[in-house]
Design a protein around this ligand. Structure first.
Ligand code: AMP
Length: 214
């Protein structure tokens, strides 16, 4: 299974990815997670990426494409992968196509999450992540039992720097301008599958599986 999860920030790509990884036994490749890990570790890549991720701008293509290609060459990607947050520009999509052609591979599906901006802002600004175990929750939709404390491990919950209202709004604007054109790009290749992202997560998961296959 080689699939791309496409959709605006807050659409639920990460949440579905966790379950799809389990279902299909392929790794989730999240470029956002890769950047956050590099920023935390203070690597050269992290230092270069930080100013962009903090302000909700896209990290320049040249810092992203080789990183993803290297990752996709690793052993655990032999039987497929779920790309989460990549490609995010037409250039990245073209580079991915070239890479796949070189490998004699193709994408099975592009899973596109459709959802309105007001809901996304509410989802993003209420999102909290555990500092210790990385589990996510939402102050309104899935509140922790004790405010600020992770239900799973007791760790401290924090808000992602780019989940503040101002940055969330710019991320949505960046999505519209740079990433939404991929919908048209992939609809021409016949790989695009559209899903309503504003529905119960179990129902959405079942719908995705019914389209991707058992
Ligand atoms: P995400 O966790 O997918 O929302 O990504 C967080 C941030 O990482 C984005 O706002 C961008 O700054 C950066 N980022 C992640 N993936 C990409 C990508 N494919 N191209 C450019 N920037 C990216």
């Amino acid at each position: 299974m080689r699939a791309v999860l496409l959709g605006p920030p807050g659409a639920g790509k990460g949440t579905q990815a966790i379950r799809l990884v389990e279902k299909y036994g392929v790794p989730q490749i999240s470029t956002g997670d890769i950047f956050r890990a590099n920023i935390k570790e203070g690597t050269e890549l992290g230092k270069k990426a930080q100013e962009y991720t903090n302000s909700g701008q896209l990290v320049p293509d040249e810092l992203v494409v080789d990183l993803v290609k290297d990752r996709l060459m690793q052993d655990d990607c032999k039987n497929g992968y779920l790309l989460d947050g990549f490609p995010r520009t037409i250039f990245q999509a073209e580079e991915l196509d070239k890479f796949l052609a070189e490998q004699g591979q193709k994408l099975d599906a592009v899973v596109n999450f459709e959802i309105g901006n007001e809901i996304l802002i509410e989802r993003l600004t209420g999102r909290r992540i555990c500092k210790k175990c990385g589990a996510g929750c939402h102050v309104k939709f899935s509140p922790p039992k004790v405010e600020g404390v992770c239900d799973k491990c007791g760790g401290e919950l924090e808000q992602r720097k780019d989940d503040t209202r101002e940055t969330a709004e710019s991320r949505l604007a960046v999505y519209e301008e740079s990433t939404a054109p991929l919908i048209d790009y992939y609809s021409k290749t016949g790989t695009l599958k559209n899903f309503n992202g504003d529905q119960d997560r179990d129902k959405l998961f079942a719908e995705i599986v019914s389209v991707l296959g058992e």
